[in-house]
Design a protein around this ligand. Structure first.
Ligand code: PMP
Length: 393
């Protein structure tokens, strides 16, 4: 029978997180479920000032249609920052401003994936990427990610047994696990995929939010021709402006630009001008230090409460930055069941299930620490520990 909807929409689930958040948000509930940056650090007054200045300086220009690549001054700022911060040399011409890095994921998938093409994806992996990629109906090749980074044995097997076109990674403070790929792991990955007809997507919205340890070099250093580097102002300034970007080699950039033109002509001109003005007049590094300092304190408080209150056989990651901790229940216990019980004890988290492309019962849970102060982090963990102990018996 003919249906009104495309085949493609049938395969894509609703965002599970958005659904459970709707169900669980009451003021008395302590939430470790969100994935939001802490609004306490949104530089509201400075952005307001920048917006006024933009209106004064640009007048109608900031309200006119603009080019699809994005504001050249902003792209130059991003290129300069890559050079200063990471010793990565990219031209502003290779940076496309997108409507958040989420749009970059959609555009990349649109220009590369035909139905059934193979895509390597981290397991667990970022839910928003799974949702964006799924529209293009790939065959997923999940590869495990753990404390030591990506499993290179599995990766080698994927490359030897199939012909993956795309590989999606979040190598810094991964969403959901908080894991950072060690340098050696990145080199090994690069050795495996180097020269293959495959693009490696390095999605890096959290890299700047490091609160301990030292920065690990980007895939761009070892695989510049094959890496698509995604960045975003969402976690270091504000997410509501929807400003992200993708750095791509010339040939890929050309195709992305066509997809961008077709999708929305260009990213909002006004917010690009505002953020550029803001970045001229404010010290982004100092702002990032404030955010990551607070997130570090909150993460440590949550970790300490976990160590003190959770049963010993619940495992937990130790992130050096970002916004998430990842825990695993012993004996294959269901994180979904724990979630249902936790709601009754007024604490919520995200069960691991939606972060995998293969649906099966999962024992993992994502705990967000960016939006809870130290006191709330501890209180929520104590509540969660009670539920875990009751459930595990
Ligand atoms: N990638 C990852 C790994 C994320 O966690 C997020 C946001 N939660 C995004 C991309 C999307 O971010 P943006 O606001 O830049 O679209």
């Amino acid at each position: 029978m003919k249906t009104l909807f495309s085949d493609r929409i049938h395969d894509v689930p609703r965002s599970f997180i958005r659904e459970i958040l709707k169900a669980s948000i009451k003021p008395e509930v302590i939430s470790f479920a969100g994935g939001l940056p802490n609004r306490q650090f949104f530089p509201v007054a400075a952005l307001q000032k920048a917006a006024n200045q933009v209106f004064e300086e640009q007048g109608a220009t900031c309200l006119q249609y603009s080019n699809s690549e994005g504001l050249i001054e902003l792209r130059q700022f991003i290129a300069d920052r890559y050079r200063q911060e990471q010793n990565i040399s990219v031209s502003a011409d290779n940076i496309l401003i997108t409507n958040g890095s989420q749009q970059a994921l959609d555009l990349i998938a649109k220009i590369t994936i035909n139905d059934g093409d193979q895509v390597i994806i981290e397991e667990p992996g970022y839910l928003g990427a799974i949702q964006a990629l799924s529209f293009y109906r790939p065959e997923y090749m999940p590869v495990s990610v753990g404390a030591a980074g990506m499993d290179c044995g599995q990766l080698e097997h994927c490359c030897a047994s199939g012909s993956p076109k795309l590989m999606y990674t979040v190598p810094n403070f991964q969403n959901p696990s908080g894991v950072t790929y060690p340098e050696k792991n990145r080199k090994d990955i690069a050795d495996i995929v180097s020269g293959q007809p495959l693009l490696l997507v390095e999605d890096d919205p959290y890299g700047a939010l490091r609160f301990s340890g030292a920065r690990v070099p980007s895939f761009y250093h070892v695989l510049p021709e094959q890496t698509l580097l995604l960045g975003s102002f969402s976690k270091v300034v504000v997410p509501g402006f929807r400003l992200g970007w993708v750095v791509a080699p010339d040939a890929v950039f050309d195709k992305l630009l066509i997809a961008k033109q077709a999708a929305d002509l260009h990213t909002c001109n006004f917010t690009q001008y505002i953020i550029h003005r803001f970045l001229q007049d404010n010290d982004l590094d100092e702002h990032i230090r404030t955010i990551s300092g607070a997130y570090g304190r909150q993460c440590r408080a949550m970790r300490a409460a976990i160590v003190e209150n959770f049963p010993e056989d619940v495992r937990c990651t130790m992130p050096e930055g970002g916004m998430f901790l990842w825990a695993e229940l012993p004996g294959g216990a269901s994180a979904m069941e724990l979630f249902t019980r936790a709601v009754d004890n007024q604490v919520v988290f995200v069960p691991g299930d939606p972060f995998y492309t293969v649906p099966q019962r999962r024992s993992t849970l994502r705990l967000n620490f960016s939006c809870v102060n130290e006191e709330l982090a501890e209180k929520g963990i104590v509540r969660l520990a009670e539920v875990i102990k009751t459930m595990l018996g």
